[in-house]
Design a protein around this ligand. Structure first.
Ligand code: FCB
Length: 451
């Protein structure tokens, strides 16, 4: 077998990632309350084929089997999220002990298996009663998040050392409160709402940091951002400026706030008519030091100027690389370039790729195998790109493949499969895909098998 050595250090975290609503199911079991994703996924026409997360991959009942699946992958880390409404069924107040028990068992099971838990506190499933009061548009949601963080970290902080506060504020604020593609489905088309929701997300992150540190000896805390490498469609100054605006909208808005304690000047100018109120010390709180930055990377975008377009006056241009089932271009060089920019412009102490992976249409052969060579190829190229970043001196300390197993892909439902394990939703049977075999070899030996 041909292989090439990679520059991943011995203490590198190799993991897979998931999120509660995408895998757990058991939405009304053991006292769990409804979240905005329960409500949203049951609205007519919002999710492809009318799918919802009621059962998902039934991980709530199959977590022990799922830990065995991780062992088979030779991973030493697992990133998962906590369902807020399992812990606090109405969002605040009385704690549901059965909810905490579930995560206690899961954490213990992971540690017994030699797998380090990385816990995300918020992966988009806000308790519905909090949304009824205004959700992320309401500043007091920050206090609710802090109280929830306190409950969870008191319970798990003796064993969980790695905390991700919030997953992808860009996604849940713009898709949740501007386009309405995601829960709570607010199609306001008003940038002010997205900016307000996102600001509260960042503030919640900053406010949670001292709580996590107080409740967790040796805490390592960070946030996970959806970051995209952006290229201009041509060398025309207009296209270069448009690409810069997109970069400001998707990347710099969050990175500048978190690392420099200010929103980027050019974007403040662009958003001027839509800026919500920020209170004087908010940005100091948002920029409290973190131990790591989580980077969720899937693709790049090529951007052209489009004066006719409302808002940012730009458009995405057809890309050249192969598209995945999501339509996202396979573009591994973007990962190295993105990590380089982050390292140079913001200098986080440590970076984890907290998500990277691809949906492709999987076929199960008569022998029950899934020869997903396109996903293998995607992983191979992105791992090589990550290895290159390490060679350049970028402090990349871990890589989490999205995802452990096929799951509920939000507005896309179950058709988009990202798993290293195939899930037959009729039986809940899990089958290792070729990509899972490949990833196991890499995680075990830090080598890239080429055949
Ligand atoms: C990210 C989400 C994750 C998953 C992947 C494909 O934006 O964080 O839950 O859906 O995309």
């Amino acid at each position: 077998m041909l292989e090439s050595r990679l520059s991943f250090p011995a203490d590198f975290y190799w993991g897979t990632a998931t999120a509660a609503y995408q895998i757990e199911g058991a939405v009304s079991v053991d006292g769990r309350g409804p979240s905005i994703w329960d409500t949203f996924s049951h609205l007519d026409g919002r999710i492809a084929r009318g799918h919802n997360g009621d059962i998902a991959a039934d991980h709530y009942h199959r977590w022990q089997e799922d830990i065995k699946l991780m062992k088979r992958l030779h991973v030493n880390a697992y990133r998962f999220s906590i369902s807020w409404s399992r812990i606090l069924p109405t969002g605040r107040g009385a704690v549901n002990p059965k909810g905490l028990d579930f995560y206690n068992r899961l954490v213990d099971g992971l540690l017994d298996a030699g797998i380090t838990p990385f816990v995300t506190l918020y992966h988009w499933d806000l308790p519905q009663p909090l949304e009824d009061e205004g959700g992320w548009l309401r500043r007091d949601v920050v206090d609710d998040f802090v109280a929830y963080t306190d409950v969870v970290s008191r319970a798990l902080g003796d064993r969980v050392k790695h905390w991700v506060t919030i997953n992808e504020p860009w996604v849940f604020s713009w898709l949740g409160y501007f386009t309405g593609m995601h829960a709570p489905g607010n199609m306001s088309g008003n940038p002010m709402l997205a900016l307000q929701a996102g600001h509260h997300g960042l503030l919640a992150h900053g406010m949670a940091l001292p709580i996590l540190r107080a409740n967790t000896p040796d805490a390592r805390v960070g946030i996970a951002l959806s970051l995209t490498h952006v290229d201009p469609a041509s060398d025309r100054p207009e296209d270069i400026a448009a690409a810069r605006r997109y970069d400001g909208y998707n990347n710099r808005w969050y990175l500048d706030a978190l690392f420099h304690g200010k929103y980027p000047e050019d974007m403040l100018e662009t958003y001027r008519p839509f800026l919500p109120e920020f209170q004087p010390h908010d940005l100091e709180i948002i920029a409290r030091p973190m131990d790591f930055l989580g980077v969720n990377y899937y693709t790049r975008l090529v951007i052209a100027d489009e004066p006719e377009q409302f808002g940012l006056q730009l458009k995405t241009v057809e890309q050249t690389g192969e598209p995945t089932h999501m339509g996202w271009e396979v573009y591994p060089d973007g990962l190295t370039a993105l990590l380089r920019c982050i390292h140079e412009d913001y200098g986080p102490n440590a970076i984890y790729v907290t998500e990277n992976g691809a949906a492709f249409e999987d076929e199960v052969t008569l022998e029950g195998r899934i020869h997903d060579h396109k996903r293998v190829d995607y992983l191979r190229k992105h791992l090589a790109a990550a290895s290159k970043a390490i060679e350049e001196g970028i402090p990349l300390k871990g890589y989490f493949a999205w995802s452990l197993l096929d799951n509920f892909e939000w507005a896309e439902g179950y058709d988009k499969r990202f798993g290293l394990y195939y899930v037959d939703y009729a039986t809940q049977e899990r089958t290792l895909k070729d990509s899972g075999r490949f990833f196991a070899q890499v995680a075990e030996g830090a080598i890239l098998p080429t055949s």
